[in-house]
Write a protein that binds this ligand. Structure first.
Ligand SMILES: Nc1ncnc2c1ncn2[C@@H]1O[C@H](COP(=O)(O)OP(=O)(O)OP(=O)(O)O)[C@@H](O)[C@H]1O
Ligand SMILES: [Mg+2]
Length: 373
């Protein structure tokens, strides 16, 4: 049974009742703690004023607010959603996503529903999204050590989603703008599972394939089916953007540099992969680590999903607990179907153990890189 819950005070003026109107159905009772009232969210953001706007994305606007009772700072995402069916499943999913807890994920606190829209309530991340540090001059540039820590953090969040939670959770939109930075500049993955909204109703501007250009695995654009390997592909594009300090596709670039992964691959072939490192870092990076990140980025971007490493292997490599063999490429197959096999070995003994905030101090990188790009 659907009920339009309005401002409960019976003598409340009509305009106020309308202002706080929301949709609440009986079956939602079980999600009680995760259900926010629209009135609380409205008050938290002082009426969703422009000055509370943090940014806008493909799904809608995100506002900053402070919950009046608890004084907790939140980021509220307003998503237009004209769903007539599937809402129940979607709310069940939100509730289940709300149980995900990992130090490198933005906690999802709950939701609210109104006619034609869904509101998602996340913890507020005081240092904003990573893209602003990488691609604009607005803020301070991040050091190489900070970037390595962020990459390791996001990789471990994806391992958690893919392998450690009770069911496999696909992120489906890994990219720098969906990585938020907390007060200590830890990278935290946000917007997890949100792309599932497309499966649960009509969203304006929806297309069959969900994700962002430049991060979409080729098989995803063909089949529309997301897998853990399509997340790995997007993570590969993400690693390259963190190392190179630019977006995966930049139309204004020279033709040979326009598509980041192709440019890095070309430079790798010519033996000059470090040329692609973010110029704003100057020489302030550890060469071996930069090479590792760039080559891992290429491996994750392999055209063939079978040749991509799992997120766990990626994390082990970033932490120095596994290594990649780089074999001679002479006589290498050039079509992607028979492309190079990736060999990853566990070798904690040969590589110095990493500390949490940086890549391993000594890491000989042996990679078999993808061919046939
Ligand atoms: N939890 C949060 N804490 C602080 N700022 C946030 C939070 N979530 C989002 N933001 C800010 O809001 C902006 C818009 O986020 P949004 O997710 O809508 O856009 P996007 O990530 O660029 O695109 P997409 O719709 O593909 O996710 C972000 O760039 C970020 O600056
Ligand atoms: Mg986002």
């Amino acid at each position: 049974m659907v009920s339009l819950h309005t401002y409960t005070h019976t003598h409340a003026p009509r305009a106020k009742r309308k202002r706080y109107e929301e949709i609440r159905e009986d079956w939602e009772k079980e999600y009680g703690p995760q259900r926010f009232s629209y009135k609380d969210l409205y008050k938290a953001t002082e009426g969703f004023k422009d000055k509370a706007l943090l940014g806008s994305g493909g799904f809608g606007n995100v506002y900053r607010g402070t919950l009046l009772k608890s004084k907790v700072e939140v980021a509220i995402k307003r998503v237009s959603h004209e769903s007539t069916q599937g809402t129940k499943e979607f709310v069940a999913e939100i509730a289940s996503l709300g149980k995900l807890r990992h130090r490198n994920m933005v906690p999802l606190q709950g939701y609210c529903r109104r006619s034609g829209e869904l509101l998602l309530v996340y913890d507020y991340m005081s240092n904003g999204s990573l893209d602003k540090y990488l691609f604009t001059n607005e803020r301070l540039k991040l050091s190489w050590t900070q970037r390595c820590k962020i990459l390791q953090g996001v990789a471990s969040a994806l391992v958690y989603l893919h392998e450690e939670w009770e069911q496999v959770v696909l992120h489906r939109d890994v990219k720098a703008s969906n990585v938020l930075l907390d007060a200590d500049f830890n990278g935290r993955l946000g917007d997890f599972g949100l792309a599932r909204l497309y499966d649960h109703g009509e969203i304006p501007q929806s297309t069959h394939v969900v994700g962002t250009l430049g991060y979409l695995a080729p098989e995803l654009t063909r089949t529309g089916k997301a897998t853990t390997m399509t997340d790995v592909f997007a993570f590969g594009a993400f690693m390259l953007e963190v190392a190179c300090g630019r977006r995966p596709v930049v139309q204004q670039e020279l033709p040979e540099k326009m598509i980041l992964v192709d440019w890095v691959h070309d430079c790798w072939r010519k033996g000059s992969i470090l040329e692609t490192s973010d110029p704003s870092l100057g020489d302030d990076y550890v060469m071996e680590h930069m090479e590792l990140v760039l080559k891992l980025g290429l491996l994750c971007s392999h055209l063939s999903p079978d040749a991509r490493p799992s997120m766990r292997h990626v994390l082990h490599c970033l932490e120095g607990e596994a290594f990649l063999y780089e074999q001679a490429l002479e006589g290498f197959p050039t079509d992607s179907a028979s492309a190079a096999t990736l060999v990853i070995g566990d070798d904690s003994s040969s590589v110095a153990a990493s500390n949490a905030s940086s890549l391993p101090q000594s890491c000989s990188v042996h990679t078999t890189l993808p061919s046939g790009r």
